[in-house]
Design a protein around this ligand. Structure first.
Ligand SMILES: [Zn+2]
Length: 335
Protein backbone atom coordinates (compact mmCIF):
# COMPACT_ATOMS: atom_id res chain seq x y z
CA UNK A 1 0.00 0.00 0.00
CA UNK A 2 2.99 2.28 0.41
CA UNK A 3 2.88 4.93 -2.26
CA UNK A 4 4.88 4.71 -5.43
CA UNK A 5 6.93 7.84 -5.25
CA UNK A 6 9.04 9.22 -8.07
CA UNK A 7 11.86 6.71 -8.40
CA UNK A 8 15.11 8.11 -7.06
CA UNK A 9 18.52 6.71 -7.99
CA UNK A 10 21.80 6.36 -6.12
CA UNK A 11 23.98 9.36 -7.00
CA UNK A 12 26.92 7.02 -7.54
CA UNK A 13 25.83 3.69 -8.98
CA UNK A 14 22.31 4.70 -10.06
CA UNK A 15 20.72 1.78 -8.22
CA UNK A 16 17.03 2.40 -7.55
CA UNK A 17 16.49 3.72 -4.02
CA UNK A 18 13.76 1.76 -2.33
CA UNK A 19 13.24 0.78 1.30
CA UNK A 20 15.76 -2.03 0.97
CA UNK A 21 18.50 0.00 -0.69
CA UNK A 22 18.05 3.34 1.07
CA UNK A 23 20.37 3.96 4.05
CA UNK A 24 18.61 4.04 7.42
CA UNK A 25 17.74 7.10 9.48
CA UNK A 26 17.86 9.56 6.59
CA UNK A 27 21.54 8.74 5.98
CA UNK A 28 23.44 9.17 2.73
CA UNK A 29 21.91 12.46 1.65
CA UNK A 30 24.20 14.81 -0.25
CA UNK A 31 24.63 18.55 -0.33
CA UNK A 32 23.28 18.78 -3.88
CA UNK A 33 20.07 16.94 -3.05
CA UNK A 34 21.30 13.55 -4.26
CA UNK A 35 21.49 10.43 -2.17
CA UNK A 36 23.59 7.26 -2.20
CA UNK A 37 22.37 3.69 -1.81
CA UNK A 38 23.15 1.48 1.17
CA UNK A 39 26.03 -0.28 -0.61
CA UNK A 40 27.71 2.93 -1.69
CA UNK A 41 27.05 4.36 1.78
CA UNK A 42 28.99 1.48 3.36
CA UNK A 43 31.85 1.85 0.90
CA UNK A 44 32.07 5.57 1.62
CA UNK A 45 31.91 5.04 5.38
CA UNK A 46 34.86 2.67 5.11
CA UNK A 47 36.91 5.32 3.35
CA UNK A 48 35.67 8.24 5.46
CA UNK A 49 34.39 7.26 8.90
CA UNK A 50 32.71 10.67 9.13
CA UNK A 51 30.69 10.15 5.96
CA UNK A 52 27.47 9.29 7.79
CA UNK A 53 27.42 12.53 9.76
CA UNK A 54 28.97 14.78 7.13
CA UNK A 55 27.48 13.57 3.88
CA UNK A 56 24.87 16.29 3.65
CA UNK A 57 27.30 18.97 4.68
CA UNK A 58 30.38 18.38 2.58
CA UNK A 59 29.60 15.73 -0.01
CA UNK A 60 27.98 16.27 -3.36
CA UNK A 61 27.64 13.80 -6.24
CA UNK A 62 30.99 14.78 -7.77
CA UNK A 63 32.85 14.35 -4.49
CA UNK A 64 31.23 10.98 -3.80
CA UNK A 65 32.39 9.75 -7.21
CA UNK A 66 35.85 11.17 -6.70
CA UNK A 67 36.25 9.56 -3.26
CA UNK A 68 35.00 6.17 -4.43
CA UNK A 69 37.30 6.30 -7.45
CA UNK A 70 40.30 7.05 -5.17
CA UNK A 71 39.92 5.00 -1.99
CA UNK A 72 43.06 6.52 -0.46
CA UNK A 73 41.67 10.05 -0.97
CA UNK A 74 40.79 10.46 2.67
CA UNK A 75 43.98 8.91 4.03
CA UNK A 76 45.95 11.52 2.07
CA UNK A 77 43.81 14.33 3.48
CA UNK A 78 44.39 13.10 7.03
CA UNK A 79 48.15 13.11 6.49
CA UNK A 80 47.92 16.66 5.17
CA UNK A 81 45.90 17.71 8.22
CA UNK A 82 48.45 16.16 10.57
CA UNK A 83 51.26 17.97 8.85
CA UNK A 84 49.38 21.23 9.14
CA UNK A 85 48.71 20.64 12.82
CA UNK A 86 52.39 20.30 13.58
CA UNK A 87 53.08 23.58 11.75
CA UNK A 88 50.46 25.33 13.84
CA UNK A 89 52.01 24.06 17.06
CA UNK A 90 55.45 25.29 16.04
CA UNK A 91 54.24 28.74 15.13
CA UNK A 92 52.11 29.21 18.22
CA UNK A 93 54.97 28.36 20.55
CA UNK A 94 57.34 30.89 19.00
CA UNK A 95 55.22 34.03 18.93
CA UNK A 96 56.16 37.04 21.01
CA UNK A 97 52.88 38.73 21.66
CA UNK A 98 51.10 36.05 23.64
CA UNK A 99 48.71 35.65 20.75
CA UNK A 100 48.25 31.96 20.17
CA UNK A 101 46.41 30.08 17.49
CA UNK A 102 44.35 28.38 20.20
CA UNK A 103 43.24 31.59 21.90
CA UNK A 104 42.29 33.14 18.57
CA UNK A 105 40.29 30.09 17.57
CA UNK A 106 38.48 30.13 20.88
CA UNK A 107 37.31 33.68 20.29
CA UNK A 108 35.53 32.78 17.05
CA UNK A 109 31.75 32.49 17.36
CA UNK A 110 30.44 33.37 13.90
CA UNK A 111 31.40 34.25 10.34
CA UNK A 112 32.18 37.86 11.29
CA UNK A 113 34.86 36.72 13.74
CA UNK A 114 36.19 34.38 11.09
CA UNK A 115 36.57 37.15 8.54
CA UNK A 116 38.32 39.27 11.16
CA UNK A 117 41.07 36.64 11.50
CA UNK A 118 41.70 36.65 7.80
CA UNK A 119 41.78 40.44 7.59
CA UNK A 120 44.20 40.55 10.50
CA UNK A 121 46.47 38.04 8.82
CA UNK A 122 46.50 40.15 5.65
CA UNK A 123 47.21 43.27 7.67
CA UNK A 124 50.30 41.74 9.27
CA UNK A 125 51.46 40.43 5.92
CA UNK A 126 51.22 43.96 4.51
CA UNK A 127 53.23 45.29 7.43
CA UNK A 128 55.84 42.63 6.90
CA UNK A 129 56.16 43.62 3.26
CA UNK A 130 56.24 47.32 4.18
CA UNK A 131 59.25 46.51 6.32
CA UNK A 132 60.93 45.10 3.20
CA UNK A 133 60.44 41.61 4.56
CA UNK A 134 62.62 42.52 7.47
CA UNK A 135 60.30 42.49 10.47
CA UNK A 136 59.72 38.76 10.88
CA UNK A 137 57.51 39.38 13.91
CA UNK A 138 54.82 40.60 11.51
CA UNK A 139 55.36 37.61 9.31
CA UNK A 140 54.95 35.28 12.30
CA UNK A 141 51.77 37.05 13.41
CA UNK A 142 50.34 36.84 9.93
CA UNK A 143 50.96 33.10 9.97
CA UNK A 144 49.33 32.69 13.36
CA UNK A 145 46.21 34.50 12.25
CA UNK A 146 46.14 32.49 9.03
CA UNK A 147 46.46 29.20 10.93
CA UNK A 148 43.74 30.27 13.35
CA UNK A 149 41.55 31.13 10.38
CA UNK A 150 42.10 27.70 8.80
CA UNK A 151 41.31 25.97 12.07
CA UNK A 152 38.26 28.08 12.80
CA UNK A 153 36.79 27.07 9.44
CA UNK A 154 36.05 23.71 11.07
CA UNK A 155 34.17 25.23 14.01
CA UNK A 156 30.45 24.53 14.06
CA UNK A 157 28.64 27.87 14.13
CA UNK A 158 25.08 26.67 13.68
CA UNK A 159 22.92 23.58 13.61
CA UNK A 160 19.95 23.19 11.33
CA UNK A 161 17.13 20.85 12.29
CA UNK A 162 16.47 18.77 9.17
CA UNK A 163 14.18 15.90 10.13
CA UNK A 164 12.89 13.31 7.69
CA UNK A 165 9.35 14.59 7.19
CA UNK A 166 6.61 11.98 7.00
CA UNK A 167 2.89 12.34 6.66
CA UNK A 168 2.49 11.46 10.35
CA UNK A 169 5.26 13.75 11.62
CA UNK A 170 3.78 15.51 14.67
CA UNK A 171 3.10 19.22 14.62
CA UNK A 172 5.84 20.11 17.14
CA UNK A 173 8.52 18.59 14.88
CA UNK A 174 6.96 20.04 11.76
CA UNK A 175 6.95 23.53 13.28
CA UNK A 176 10.63 23.38 14.17
CA UNK A 177 11.79 21.74 10.95
CA UNK A 178 14.49 23.66 9.05
CA UNK A 179 15.07 26.07 11.95
CA UNK A 180 18.64 27.12 12.66
CA UNK A 181 20.13 27.43 16.14
CA UNK A 182 23.40 28.94 17.32
CA UNK A 183 25.97 26.38 18.40
CA UNK A 184 25.87 27.71 21.97
CA UNK A 185 22.10 27.13 22.25
CA UNK A 186 22.23 23.78 20.47
CA UNK A 187 22.41 21.34 23.40
CA UNK A 188 19.55 22.94 25.27
CA UNK A 189 17.30 23.09 22.21
CA UNK A 190 18.21 19.59 21.06
CA UNK A 191 17.07 18.31 24.46
CA UNK A 192 13.69 19.96 23.94
CA UNK A 193 13.20 19.01 20.30
CA UNK A 194 14.95 15.62 20.21
CA UNK A 195 15.95 14.06 16.91
CA UNK A 196 18.86 11.89 15.84
CA UNK A 197 22.34 13.12 14.92
CA UNK A 198 21.37 12.77 11.27
CA UNK A 199 18.52 15.18 11.79
CA UNK A 200 20.76 17.97 13.03
CA UNK A 201 22.98 19.27 10.26
CA UNK A 202 26.20 20.93 11.36
CA UNK A 203 27.05 24.20 9.68
CA UNK A 204 30.74 24.98 10.01
CA UNK A 205 32.72 28.11 9.34
CA UNK A 206 33.72 27.09 5.83
CA UNK A 207 30.06 26.60 4.88
CA UNK A 208 29.20 30.22 5.62
CA UNK A 209 32.48 32.01 4.99
CA UNK A 210 32.19 32.45 1.23
CA UNK A 211 28.46 32.46 1.16
CA UNK A 212 25.43 33.68 3.05
CA UNK A 213 24.13 31.45 5.82
CA UNK A 214 20.79 31.04 4.03
CA UNK A 215 22.56 29.50 1.05
CA UNK A 216 24.20 26.89 3.27
CA UNK A 217 20.84 25.80 4.67
CA UNK A 218 18.59 23.04 3.52
CA UNK A 219 15.43 24.54 2.06
CA UNK A 220 11.91 23.60 3.03
CA UNK A 221 10.35 21.28 0.48
CA UNK A 222 7.63 22.76 -1.75
CA UNK A 223 5.01 20.67 0.00
CA UNK A 224 5.91 21.88 3.49
CA UNK A 225 2.97 24.29 3.84
CA UNK A 226 0.61 21.54 2.77
CA UNK A 227 2.05 19.26 5.45
CA UNK A 228 1.18 21.87 8.07
CA UNK A 229 -2.34 22.20 6.66
CA UNK A 230 -2.63 18.42 6.58
CA UNK A 231 -1.62 18.24 10.25
CA UNK A 232 -4.26 20.84 11.12
CA UNK A 233 -6.94 18.85 9.29
CA UNK A 234 -5.99 15.59 11.00
CA UNK A 235 -5.63 17.07 14.48
CA UNK A 236 -8.90 18.98 14.27
CA UNK A 237 -11.93 17.69 16.11
CA UNK A 238 -14.08 17.01 13.05
CA UNK A 239 -15.73 13.92 11.60
CA UNK A 240 -13.67 11.43 9.70
CA UNK A 241 -15.62 12.04 6.51
CA UNK A 242 -14.90 15.75 6.75
CA UNK A 243 -11.20 15.05 7.24
CA UNK A 244 -11.16 12.83 4.15
CA UNK A 245 -12.81 15.52 2.05
CA UNK A 246 -10.45 18.19 3.30
CA UNK A 247 -7.43 15.98 2.63
CA UNK A 248 -8.69 15.34 -0.89
CA UNK A 249 -9.03 19.00 -1.73
CA UNK A 250 -5.67 19.77 -0.13
CA UNK A 251 -3.92 17.02 -2.12
CA UNK A 252 -5.62 18.13 -5.32
CA UNK A 253 -4.48 21.70 -4.78
CA UNK A 254 -0.77 20.82 -4.35
CA UNK A 255 0.77 18.43 -6.87
CA UNK A 256 4.11 18.19 -5.03
CA UNK A 257 2.34 17.20 -1.80
CA UNK A 258 0.24 14.60 -3.59
CA UNK A 259 3.25 13.08 -5.36
CA UNK A 260 5.36 12.94 -2.22
CA UNK A 261 2.87 11.13 -0.01
CA UNK A 262 0.23 9.52 -2.20
CA UNK A 263 0.01 7.13 -5.09
CA UNK A 264 -1.17 8.88 -8.23
CA UNK A 265 -1.67 5.58 -10.07
CA UNK A 266 -4.16 4.38 -7.49
CA UNK A 267 -7.86 4.84 -8.19
CA UNK A 268 -8.33 5.79 -4.54
CA UNK A 269 -8.44 9.38 -3.42
CA UNK A 270 -5.78 10.82 -1.13
CA UNK A 271 -8.27 10.73 1.75
CA UNK A 272 -8.92 7.04 1.18
CA UNK A 273 -5.23 6.26 0.93
CA UNK A 274 -4.63 8.11 4.17
CA UNK A 275 -7.48 6.21 5.89
CA UNK A 276 -6.15 2.84 4.77
CA UNK A 277 -2.64 3.76 5.84
CA UNK A 278 -4.03 4.76 9.25
CA UNK A 279 -6.02 1.54 9.66
CA UNK A 280 -2.94 -0.40 8.57
CA UNK A 281 -0.87 1.30 11.27
CA UNK A 282 -3.33 -0.02 13.87
CA UNK A 283 -2.96 -3.55 12.53
CA UNK A 284 -6.39 -3.86 10.91
CA UNK A 285 -6.29 -6.96 8.66
CA UNK A 286 -7.83 -7.29 5.17
CA UNK A 287 -8.43 -3.56 4.92
CA UNK A 288 -9.45 -3.59 1.26
CA UNK A 289 -12.00 -6.29 1.96
CA UNK A 290 -13.50 -4.48 4.96
CA UNK A 291 -13.48 -1.27 2.98
CA UNK A 292 -15.57 -2.85 0.24
CA UNK A 293 -18.00 -4.08 2.88
CA UNK A 294 -18.51 -0.46 3.93
CA UNK A 295 -16.21 -0.42 6.96
CA UNK A 296 -14.27 2.53 5.64
CA UNK A 297 -13.61 4.71 8.70
CA UNK A 298 -12.09 3.93 12.13
CA UNK A 299 -15.52 4.69 13.60
CA UNK A 300 -17.18 2.03 11.44
CA UNK A 301 -14.37 -0.46 12.04
CA UNK A 302 -14.78 -0.32 15.82
CA UNK A 303 -18.49 -0.96 15.44
CA UNK A 304 -17.87 -4.28 13.68
CA UNK A 305 -19.60 -7.20 15.39
CA UNK A 306 -16.81 -9.76 15.62
CA UNK A 307 -19.29 -12.64 15.88
CA UNK A 308 -21.12 -11.68 12.71
CA UNK A 309 -17.99 -10.84 10.74
CA UNK A 310 -16.80 -14.45 11.16
CA UNK A 311 -19.19 -15.49 8.42
CA UNK A 312 -17.45 -13.27 5.87
CA UNK A 313 -15.24 -15.15 3.43
CA UNK A 314 -11.54 -14.92 4.15
CA UNK A 315 -11.92 -13.83 7.76
CA UNK A 316 -10.68 -16.88 9.62
CA UNK A 317 -10.36 -17.02 13.43
CA UNK A 318 -6.82 -15.59 13.30
CA UNK A 319 -7.85 -12.54 11.28
CA UNK A 320 -10.86 -11.98 13.52
CA UNK A 321 -8.62 -12.05 16.57
CA UNK A 322 -6.22 -9.62 14.88
CA UNK A 323 -9.17 -7.36 14.09
CA UNK A 324 -10.27 -7.45 17.74
CA UNK A 325 -6.82 -6.31 18.87
CA UNK A 326 -6.77 -3.54 16.25
CA UNK A 327 -10.22 -2.32 17.34
CA UNK A 328 -9.05 -2.07 20.95
CA UNK A 329 -6.03 -0.05 19.81
CA UNK A 330 -8.12 2.32 17.71
CA UNK A 331 -10.55 2.88 20.58
CA UNK A 332 -7.69 3.67 22.92
CA UNK A 333 -5.83 5.99 20.57
CA UNK A 334 -8.11 7.88 18.24
CA UNK A 335 -11.73 7.60 19.23
ZN1 LIG B 1 24.97 3.07 -5.03
Amino acid sequence: MKNEKIVKLCANCEAKLNFRTTPNFGGGKLHDGGRVCRDCFQKLAKIDTGFGLNSKKIYDTARVKEVLANPDYFAKKQIQAKERKSTIQTSSSTNEKNVTVESLVKSVKNEKDLKKLERQSEKYMDKFQESDNDNTRYEKLSEIYQDAFDKACDIIFYYQFTPELELNTPRSILDFAYEVVNAEDYEKIRKEIGGTDYEWTEITGDCVYDDKLENALEKRPFYYDSMVKFRQIVDRDSSFETKQEEINSLANSDKSFFDEFFDRESNESAGEQWTKELLYSYGVPLIDRLYDLGYNTPQKIVEIDLEKIKSVNGLGPQKVEQLGIAIAKIKKNIL
